[in-house]
Every structure is written in structure tokens, then in C-alpha cells.
Write a protein that binds this ligand. Structure first.
Ligand code: HEC
Ligand code: HEC
Length: 367
């Protein structure tokens, strides 16, 4: 080894540790000072890390997608409620069912059945939750029925008050007799008892037994290889129809006026249809829309008085403005509106003549 090599090695061996010691001491004195009152090294201000998702991301999926998070059994909504009812409709005990793949499965009310009553967008895209109309305040709730809790479901409909028993909707455990089944089983969008299928505003495209959902667990513990849940076809959210007179309120769904605008309507008949079909969301005589969380307005719009931009002295224009909403339905503006206006015409929930009657009634309210 020659001298210069030795010098280099010496410099590295002695120089580097010395530098390190000097650097640590300088840090220590900068942070703690010479009097050794170490109050912590003050770090420079950090750029805050954003914790909020950018507002441009699509709203998180709810309903079916949320329900379908874990690998589970697959069964039509109605068959699940039926299996629970037939097994004695217990609150906590498990009940058995066979899923669409023929697997033996078990579920519970709390984990599997209850969400069918509580979750919006579950029965179809845009569906209100059952509890939007059938909630705990018995005096105000539709059909004086509370579907928000186990006790409420067991207590049934048409109750005088929160403590009273009402009409059994579970058929005494005989599912084929259950009013709940009769209101939910809807081949081609119609119940067999001639009453509107639930959830009210339900589209004719919803399968007779309701949507296929993920529920329960396969018995025997064999972890199901995550079955891909059958999600209903994504309905495209069309751009708001271009409006010539930009200020007139228009539905988010596209389409022109239906046959109804050319028909004569009877306001008295329209009133009856309105009471059955429209008051659950728009209130008695259209005076008070129910709350609509996730919408910019916060509630379903009142129709009496109605949005003044819809009113016209020309009866044909007035009816057309109303008809576009009634025929095609509409999703209110807002991040994740729970309630949407059903497409009464497009989904054949009302005939053109019935729509003409309702329009006549709405016009009579807003003369
Ligand atoms: C938008 C409001 C609304 C929603 C949402 C709704 N319902 Fe109803 N429900 C009604 C109306 C209105 C009636 C009365 C219909 C009739 O008399 O024919 C009714 C009646 C019923 C009845 C019959 C009660 C009786 O004694 O006559 C049952 C059962 C029922 N609904 C269950 C449900 C279930 C289950 C859901 C959710 C899957 C649901 N409803 C969602 C408005 C609603
Ligand atoms: C499931 C709840 C629901 C039911 C039932 C319902 N609507 Fe609506 N309706 C809405 C919502 C939500 C809007 C707001 C839509 C928007 O802002 O795009 C709306 C809007 C309207 C509008 C436009 C009002 C405005 O200010 O823009 C009319 C007209 C209307 N509904 C008529 C009816 C009639 C008639 C019926 C009965 C045949 C009915 N609705 C039943 C939820 C409902």
C-alpha cells in the first residue's frame, strides 16, 4: 500500500464518522438549544395531504353493490324474505335457503333480510327505500306501517299508534298468504291483487321476484369463490334534454310529450289517481314533498304551488310541461338523490288516459 492510498483510507475512516457526529450535534442543538430544554425539533410546515376525495369522482355505489360486497349466496329478494318468513321470521336465529346455484345457505334477518327494507336503489336503480314511505312515525307513515325495524315489520300495517298491533303482513308465517308477498310479487310489473307493486314507482322491468341479491353464507363453510353478482343493467344518465326556453323546468330523462297531452282529462278522476300514486312523494294535494336526502333541493318538489316555469296560459303548453316529467321520470340534481320521479308513462305504470286525468287535476290545483 502506498502512502496516498493510506491517506485516503484514513480520511474515509476518520473523516466520515466525524462529519456524522458533528451533523447529529448540530441537529440536537438546533432543536434543543444549549440549555438542553428539548422541546422537540420543530418541523417545517408540511403541505396538507388532501383527505377529501375530489368532487369529480362518481358517488360511491349504494344498494345492490354495497350489499354484494362479500362472497355470498345468491337469491332473488322475494325468495329470501319468503325463506325467512316460512322459517318462523326470527330476529336473530339463522334460517336456511337454497340459492340460485343450488347451494344450501343460511342467513339472518339482521344481516340479510333487513337491508331489503332499508336500502335505496336496491329493488331497481333509482328505487326509494321502503322506509322512505313506511317509517317509524306511525301517525304519518304510509299505511301506518313501520318497516324500519324488526318490531315494526312484525306489528304490521294500519296501526293506530306505535304500541298497537296492526294487520299482519307476514301471513302468520305462511308466505303464500303474506300481504308482503302480494305487494312485492309482480310479474310484468303488476301484482296479482291489482294494487301497485312495492316499492311504489317500481318499474315493470324489475323481475317478478325482485332483484337477485347476495345474501347469507353457504353452509359447510366452503368459502364461495366470489360469485359475480348480477347487477341490473346500468341505465345511462342522459344529458338533460336541451330546452329551447332554457328556463322551463325539464326532466333529466329525454323524450317528447306522450298521447296524454292530446286527451281530455277529468280532474276528479285525476285526484283519485293522484292520491294513490303521487301523494306518497309529493304530499297531500301536492303541497309538501317528502325529504329527499342527497338532492340539491333536499326534498321532493311540491306540485301545489308548482314550479312557476311549468305554468302556461296555453293549456297545451301547460300539459306538455307536466307530461314530460310524468311520462319519462326524472332524477333531481344533487350528488346522490335517494328519490327519483318514476317514469309513469315509459314504464307503463299509468295509461295515457290516466296521465291526462292527473294532468287535469294538477292544472286545477295551479289555476
Ligand atoms: C314511495 C312510497 C312507497 C315506497 C317507497 C314503498 N311503499 Fe309500500 N305502500 C305505499 C303506498 C302508497 C301503499 C298503499 C297502496 C295501496 O293501498 O294499494 C303501500 C302499501 C304497502 C303494503 C300494504 C299495506 C296494507 O295493509 O295495505 C305493504 C305490505 C307495503 N307497502 C310494503 C312495502 C315494501 C316492502 C316496500 C319496499 C320494498 C315499500 N312498501 C315501499 C307507498 C310506498
Ligand atoms: C317516488 C317518489 C315520487 C312519486 C311517487 C311521484 N313523484 Fe313526481 N317527482 C319526484 C321527484 C324526486 C321529482 C323531482 C324531479 C327533478 O327534480 O328532476 C318529481 C317531479 C315531478 C314534477 C315536476 C315538478 C317540478 O317542480 O319540477 C311533476 C309535474 C311530478 N313530479 C308529477 C308527479 C305525478 C303526477 C305523480 C303521480 C302520478 C308523481 N309525480 C309521483 C318524485 C315522485
Amino acid at each position: 500500500m502506498n502512502d496516498s492510498t493510506k491517506k485516503i483510507i484514513f480520511t474515509v475512516l476518520v473523516g466520515l464518522p466525524t462529519l456524522l457526529v458533528v451533523w447529529i450535534f448540530s441537529l440536537y442543538f438546533l432543536g434543543c438549544g444549549t440549555n438542553n430544554s428539548c422541546s422537540g425539533i420543530s418541523l417545517p410546515d408540511l403541505t396538507p395531504i388532501p383527505t377529501l376525495l375530489p368532487a369529480t369522482l362518481p358517488a360511491p355505489k349504494v344498494g345492490l353493490d354495497a350489499v354484494a360486497a362479500a362472497p355470498k349466496c345468491q337469491i332473488a329478494a322475494l325468495n329470501l324474505i319468503g325463506a325467512w318468513d316460512s322459517a318462523g321470521h326470527a330476529e336473530k336465529d339463522t334460517f336456511s335457503f337454497t340459492d340460485v346455484k343450488g347451494r344450501n345457505c343460511t342467513g339472518t334477518f339482521k344481516d340479510d333480510v333487513q337491508k331489503l327494507f332499508l336500502t335505496p336503489n336496491l329493488w331497481y336503480d333509482g328505487a326509494p327505500a321502503c322506509i322512505t314511505c313506511h317509517y317509524a312515525d306511525i301517525a304519518k307513515s304510509t299505511k301506518n306501517m313501520d318497516l324500519s325495524s324488526y318490531a315494526g315489520i312484525l306489528a304490521g300495517s294500519n296501526r293506530l299508534n306505535g304500541a298497537a298491533k296492526g294487520n299482519d303482513i307476514l301471513g302468520g308465517g305462511k308466505w303464500t298468504d303474506a300481504l308482503l308477498r302480494k305487494m312485492l310479487y309482480a310479474p310484468n310489473g303488476k301484482t296479482e291483487i291489482g294494487r301497485p307493486p312495492m316499492p311504489l314507482g317500481r318499474s315493470a322491468t324489475v323481475p317478478a321476484y325482485g332483484p337477485l341479491i347476495s345474501a347469507g353464507v353457504p353452509t359447510g363453510g366452503e368459502a364461495a369463490a366470489a360469485p359475480s353478482p348480477t347487477t341490473p343493467a346500468e341505465t345511462p344518465t342522459p344529458e338533460a334534454t336541451a330546452v329551447a326556453a332554457a328556463d322551463i323546468a325539464r326532466p333529466s330523462n329525454p323524450g317528447g310529450p306522450g298521447e296524454a297531452v292530446k286527451m281530455a282529462g277529468d280532474a276528479l278522476v285525476g285526484e283519485q289517481i293522484f292520491v294513490a300514486r303521487c301523494t306518497p312523494c309529493h304530499g297531500e294535494q301536492g303541497k309538501n314533498g317528502i325529504p329527499n336526502p342527497g338532492s340539491d333541493d333536499g326534498s321532493v318538489p311540491a306540485l301545489n304551488p308548482i314550479d312557476p316555469t311549468l305554468i302556461s296560459a296555453d293549456p297545451l303548453i301547460f300539459s306538455t310541461n307536466l307530461d314530460l316529467f310524468i311520462e319519462h321520470g326524472s332524477t333531481p340534481a344533487g350528488p346522490s338523490p335517494v328519490i327519483r320521479m318514476p317514469a309513469w308513462g315509459d314504464q307503463k305504470l299509468l295509461s295515457s288516459q290516466e296521465i291526462a286525468h292527473v294532468i287535469a287535476y294538477l292544472i286545477s290545483l295551479n289555476k
